[in-house]
Design a protein around this ligand. Structure first.
Ligand SMILES: Cc1cc2nc3c(=O)[nH]c(=O)nc-3n(C[C@H](O)[C@H](O)[C@H](O)COP(=O)(O)OP(=O)(O)OC[C@H]3O[C@@H](n4cnc5c(N)ncnc54)[C@H](O)[C@@H]3O)c2cc1C
Length: 396
């Protein structure tokens, strides 16, 4: 049987592009397509001091993966901001949870990186790989599976066959839909508002998160002293926050953050993202695998979504390489099932943990008030729990 490619990866954002990098040396012929053509014009301007509104808190497990793929030396020049501690507190409680990297013997808990810079570094790395063809502005339209191959058609009227099609195409995955893989999920009726802000007090290379009854508000430290905020707020309140003028927003966020970092002032546009939890019932089917948000999307309060997707990419690439070494068909469901077995339970556990935290804290229920406060006190008073939480947060 003749194939155009061994593998087609649909989606070239952080997760899909990382998988392509991880497979670039496997001897396989890869096609990576993405419907969106990012504008990397900023990369030509050495004086560019604008920050991407979308940033990610990368765990050390993720930066280790990038190190292994040769991406980290490029990213380290792209002003990532290490964060050495996390301070988390609750609307009602006086207790604060403090997670310090020194408690687990590490220099930092992770790095805040701009999404566009990570994607750019990955695309640059792919441009040098002869085994990988990256086509941007090309979207998946149809998918046909038979016993020996998968055939896709694209918006540029091409029909392309491969042994395996991998969906790295995000929450509304077309690969998942066309492969008839079900997913379950629910909308949080919250939106995450992101922006760049100045704070009167220095962020001290710490992440800060306050759980409000309207949703969690996080400040993530940036390299130049500013902070990136992720304010997950219930829909009505989020709409109000988006409609406020800058002065009113500054006052609202300063108060919401209890003056923890002094007066807060907006330094960018605001953008809002509706939030939902979603999980695919299966990550694999014959000649299909799903990774990243195509398989699972979770509440951003723990900053884990992309980190989970990167672990998916690392796991699936290893399983594919082992299959090649053992001369097995990389598209066989039996081969791919190992990926599902390895990743599904952990992803689901993280989805449940973030969902539970959001439900516990994002409400005014008097009934849950005691639980909220005692939960914080309990975590704070158990000597072994804090390092455990941090190891989980660092992806260890
Ligand atoms: C406000 C906010 C803050 C977050 N902060 C963090 C954080 O700090 N740390 C963290 O780990 N995670 C964080 N996350 C989660 C993280 O952003 C996602 O988990 C991650 O972006 C998912 O990456 P992905 O590559 O799987 O999917 P996506 O980023 O959604 O990429 C999917 C790609 O597929 C392409 N595509 C879609 N359909 C098609 C098609 N038919 N044909 C071709 N291409 C297609 C799209 O154009 C896109 O480029 C946050 C999320 C939000 C909303």
């Amino acid at each position: 049987m003749q194939y155009d490619y061994d593998i087609i990866i649909v989606g070239a954002n952080i997760v899909g592009a990382t998988l392509a990098c991880a497979l670039a040396d496997s001897g396989l012929k890869l096609l990576v397509i993405d419907a969106y053509k990012p504008d990397f014009e900023w990369a030509n301007n050495t004086n560019d001091d604008t920050y991407d509104l979308r940033v990610s808190a990368l765990t050390s497990a993720s930066s280790n993966l990038f190190e292994k793929l040769g991406i980290w030396p490029k990213l380290i020049k792209q002003r990532p901001s290490p964060f050495r501690a996390l301070h988390v507190w609750n609307e009602d409680a006086n207790n604060k949870l403090n997670f310090d990297s020194a408690d687990i013997g590490d220099a930092c808990l992770g790095h805040i990186v701009e999404n566009r810079r990570v994607q750019h570094a990955l695309h640059q790395a792919l441009a040098y790989r002869r085994s990988v063809e990256l086509k941007l502005g090309v979207s998946l339209e149809t998918l046909n599976i038979n016993k020996y191959s998968a055939t896709i058609t694209t918006n540029d009227n091409k029909s392309i066959t491969a042994k395996l099609v991998i969906g790295a195409d995000g929450t509304r995955s077309k690969v998942r839909e066309l492969a008839n893989i079900h997913s379950t999920g629910w909308a949080y009726q919250q939106q995450a508002i992101v922006a760049i802000v100045n704070t009167e007090q220095p962020h001290q290379q710490c992440g800060w998160q306050r759980f409000l009854s309207t949703g969690p508000l996080a400040f993530l430290p940036l390299d130049d002293g500013r902070s990136s905020i992720v304010w997950s707020a219930k829909d009505d309140y989020a709409n109000e926050l988006m409609a406020m003028d800058n002065a009113a927003f500054d006052l609202e966020i300063t108060n919401a953050f209890q003056d923890e970092l002094g007066k807060v002032t907006l330094n960018s546009e605001r953008a809002a993202f509706p939030l939902k939890a979603q999980h695919a019932t299966d990550y694999v089917a014959p000649r299909i695998a799903l990774i990243g948000d195509a398989a699972h999307s979770i509440h951003p309060l723990a900053g884990q979504g992309v980190n989970l997707g990167l672990l998916d990419a690392a796991c699936l690439s290893e399983i594919i390489k082992t299959a090649i070494d053992n001369r097995r068909d990389i598209g066989r469901e039996h081969t791919l099932k190992k990926y599902q077995r390895t990743r599904k339970a952990g992803n689901l556990a993280m989805l449940a943990a973030t969902d539970g935290l959001n439900k516990l804290f994002s409400n005014n229920s008097e009934l849950l008030n005691g639980l909220r406060n005692s939960g914080f006190s309990a975590i704070n008073s158990l000597p072994h729990i804090t390092p455990l939480f941090m190891r989980l947060a660092a992806g260890k």
